[in-house]
Design a protein around this ligand. Structure first.
Ligand SMILES: *Cc1c(COP(=O)(O)O)cnc(C)c1O
Ligand SMILES: [Zn+2]
Length: 419
């Protein structure tokens, strides 16, 4: 099959064709994520002999995820969301000491532009894919953060958005979607019911559902988290990465991203061990890894970590493979541990993460206790969402602030009391 992008002008945005990751069947660029031959997932097919930038080329580019454009599924200039990505990588020595590892960093997508979660990365890619395909309507099935990101990016792009979420999401996630003027629909049921509905709606209305029929393109945005980690560490790789898992796309694409930078010789040395984190109340991917079973068993979610509560994860088996092949593992943690993880991260690094971040930190604590993270390790924790979106889970466990008269005597009493 010939690639369509070669004939286009160098500046007009065009989308790369796709190929089935299981059987290799090739498909033209279109809103389709599933192989008609074997039902395997499609992924973009990059031109074999494309010219790749070196470290200096990349370093000269603007600080957004588009500095890695050769590894994103387009040719020509991106049209939308130029400012997403290149979030801070913060060294966290006090957290490293608590974990007993050599060094630790927080990859802080809690401050991702524009909607404060890592979902901005995947939506940046998907919204440009929708543009290249001439789609006027985008949408998503979401556990919250994706809804925020699609609504915001669609508003900026002037596309209309149809967004579907489980009925019981956190108020902040609902408000952070509705404010952008999207068509927001709350569906009775769990995420997996919402996802199934969206697959039908994509067919019925011809919409670009970013994590359904645009999923092959969407997923590529996640790789940029790996690229940024490597560049921000000074063009080297950590020994281990801990990341939360919902549908399993992020962990799968972290592995792909690190591999692509190794193959491009932008970084040397061994691949990081990848550790996936889930809440015990919804941990189908971690249980798949830990049990060594041949197939994933879907679960009904019961956890405060709603953003990662996907009971039947589309990329679950691929994420499990990425963890095992990299020499990593999975950990699941209780809701109490998640809240403790949020507090530990905040108190040691000054970063306020949502429940997915608490899950990641708590999983790192458990992995260190089990001896899977060791004193030699240089660990990156992927903090994927902002704590201001899930304040309900910490509100009741934080100490109440005392109220005093504006008198030194009253404060002095407090100081004496607290030592
Ligand atoms: C969606 C999401 C993830 C992980 O998503 P995948 O589906 O596994 O790629 C992690 N953290 C947060 C905050 C999310 O919203
Ligand atoms: Zn196939």
């Amino acid at each position: 099959m010939t690639t369509t992008h070669a004939a286009a002008s160098p500046t007009r945005l065009t989308l790369l064709p796709q190929r089935c990751t299981l059987c290799g069947t090739e498909y033209p660029a279109e809103a389709n994520a599933i192989c008609a031959q074997c039902l395997g997932p499609l992924e973009p097919l990059y031109p074999k002999h494309r010219v790749l930038p070196d470290r200096e080329d990349i370093a000269r580019r603007a600080p957004s995820l588009w500095r890695y454009r050769e590894w994103l599924p387009f040719s020509g200039e991106p049209v939308h969301s130029h400012d997403t990505g290149f979030t801070p990588l913060i060294e966290a020595p006090r957290l490293a000491a608590r974990l007993g590892v050599a060094r630790a960093w927080v990859k802080n997508d809690a401050v991702s532009q524009p909607t404060l979660s890592f979902k901005d990365r995947v939506v940046t890619t998907a919204i440009n894919a929708a543009h290249a395909l001439g789609l006027g309507v985008v949408g998503c099935a979401s556990t919250g953060n994706l809804a925020n990101a699609v609504a915001s990016h669609a508003a900026r792009a002037g596309l209309s958005a149809w967004i579907f979420i489980p009925e019981d999401l956190e108020p902040a996630k609902i408000i952070n979607t509705a404010v952008f003027g999207a068509n927001l629909v709350r569906v009775r049921g769990h995420y997996d019911d919402v996802n199934r509905l969206c697959a039908l709606l994509a067919d019925r209305f011809g919409w670009g559902i970013v994590n359904v029929n645009l999923r092959g393109y969407y997923g590529e945005g996640s790789k940029t988290m790996a690229f940024e980690i490597a560049e921000q560490l000074g063009w080297r790789l950590p020994t281990a990465v801990v990341a939360p898992m919902a549908g399993g796309s992020l962990v799968t694409k972290l592995r792909k991203g690190f591999g692509e930078f190794q193959r491009a010789e932008l970084v040397n040395g061994p691949s990081p061990r990848l550790y996936g984190a889930q809440a015990s109340g919804c941990a189908p991917i971690v249980r798949l890894v830990q049990s060594g079973a041949a197939t994933l068993t879907p679960e009904i979610p019961h956890t405060i970590a709603r953003s990662i509560a996907i009971g039947n994860p589309a990329d679950g088996p691929f994420a499990a493979k990425a963890m095992v092949e990299s020499g990593g593992w999975g950990a699941h943690v209780s809701d109490e541990e998640i809240v403790a993880g949020i507090r530990l991260l905040a108190e040691t690094t000054g970063v306020f993460a949502e429940t997915a971040g608490g899950t990641t930190v708590a999983a790192a604590v458990n992995l260190a206790r089990e001896g899977r993270l060791t004193a030699d390790d240089e660990v990156v924790l992927c903090i994927t969402g902002n704590g201001l979106k899930t304040t309900d889970v910490v509100r009741d466990v934080l100490p109440a602030a005392p109220v005093v008269d504006a008198k030194v005597r009253e404060v002095a009493a407090l100081v004496a009391e607290r030592g």
